[in-house]
Write a protein that binds this ligand. Structure first.
Ligand code: PEP
Ligand code: MN
Length: 338
């Protein structure tokens, strides 16, 4: 059951609903929005008299949501969620959020070079992994806390927001201290303890689709985060495993309009990990924006041949600049801003 409060309902009214639900031996999970608060009710609600709750002051309506995911469902919240990163940077509104940078933070020189190029290109959010979950244990696993320090100090100097991956619940504090967005990678989409811990914070989370996850599983993973009180969730399609081996993964672009139908959360596309090929990054970025994506997460490296991680899929800053130019008329045509 979902209790939708009226726009700008008073805190005392919200508190009264929470108390009432608690007294019924059910657990209320409030999601405080900018205009409206929505309260999910967890537990066996069958004996509950819905009219009793809907008649409380400040309550707009009480709904039974049939989707298995409730807080992420478009039925619960009709308007698109806009995630606010502060300083006027948002994800999910009219503006396309470009998140660009190297797969992994490697050195100060590399990060400085990328930060100044990305700033010039109009990017507001820089990516860079410090903890890299690698398929092979012999691959570069990132610079850890030193990488986080580098990412945040360089980003601050250039006035950029940051996104970086978190792989372990023990790193919540340190990663949280250095980044504006927690990235949950494809390999951890169903790491439920990790989802729960980031859900207990109020830091925005970008949740990548598991490489073999269905859309329902993807949305239920988002639900795990939201259920713990954090509604600042962004979804990211990064390609799925299919029989095709010419591309690293198969970019499932229909995910974008489908997520828009099913959920109010922003949807981002990663054209780098989904294709694994630099030549496919620009065309797939354009296709993603045309399909309605709210943002792009892309690997850009000053010198891809020397990258310590995923250099074979990164594009160079020159290519990125050209892409940004080409995106201008396209974003305008689909009613978005770049
Ligand atoms: C990444 O974006 O750095 C990454 C590891 O991606 P994924 O989890 O999609 O493989
Ligand atoms: Mn990578």
């Amino acid at each position: 059951m979902i209790i939708v409060m009226k726009k700008f309902a008073e805190n005392t009214q919200i508190e009264r609903v929470l108390e009432t639900v608690n007294k019924l031996d059910l657990k209320p999970v409030p999601l405080y929005g900018t205009e409206r608060t929505v309260i999910a009710v967890i537990g066996d609600e069958r004996p509950v008299d819905q009219h009793h709750i809907s008649s409380l002051p400040g309550v707009d309506k009480v709904m039974s949501i049939l989707d298995p995911f409730k807080l992420a469902s478009r039925d619960t919240k009709h308007e698109d969620t806009i995630v606010d990163l502060g300083d006027g940077v948002t994800v999910g509104g009219k503006k396309i959020a470009m998140m660009a940078g190297p797969c992994a933070v490697e050195s100060e020189t590399q990060m400085e070079s990328i930060a100044s190029e990305m700033k010039k290109a109009g990017v507001q959010i820089m990516r860079g992994g410090a903890y890299k979950p690698r398929t092979s244990p012999y691959s570069f696993e990132g610079l850890g806390s030193d990488g986080l320090e580098l990412l945040s100090s360089v980003a601050k100097r250039h006035g950029l927001k940051t996104i970086t991956e978190i792989v372990d619940i023990r790193d919540i504090d340190i990663v949280g201290k250095h980044t504006d967005i927690f990235q949950i990678g494809t390999r951890n989409m169903q790491n439920f303890n990790l989802l729960k811990e980031v859900g207990k914070t109020q830091k925005p989370v970008l949740l990548k689709r598991g490489m073999s996850a269905t859309i329902k599983e993807f949305l239920l993973a988002a639900e795990h985060i939201m259920m713990n009180g954090n509604s600042k969730v962004m979804l990211c399609e990064r390609g799925i495993r299919t029989f095709e081996t010419e591309t690293r993964n198969t970019l499932a672009l229909a995910t974008v309009p489908l997520i828009k139908e099913l959920s109010h959360l922003p949807i981002i596309v990663d054209p780098s990990h989904s294709t694994g090929k630099p030549t496919l990054v620009s065309p797939m970025t354009k296709a993603a924006i045309a399909a309605g994506a709210d943002g792009i997460l892309v690997d850009v490296h000053p010198n891809p041949q020397e990258a310590l991680c995923d250099g074979d899929q990164a594009i160079k800053p020159e290519t990125f600049h050209k892409l940004m130019e080409e995106l201008k008329p396209l974003t305008e045509a689909v009613g978005r801003l770049l």
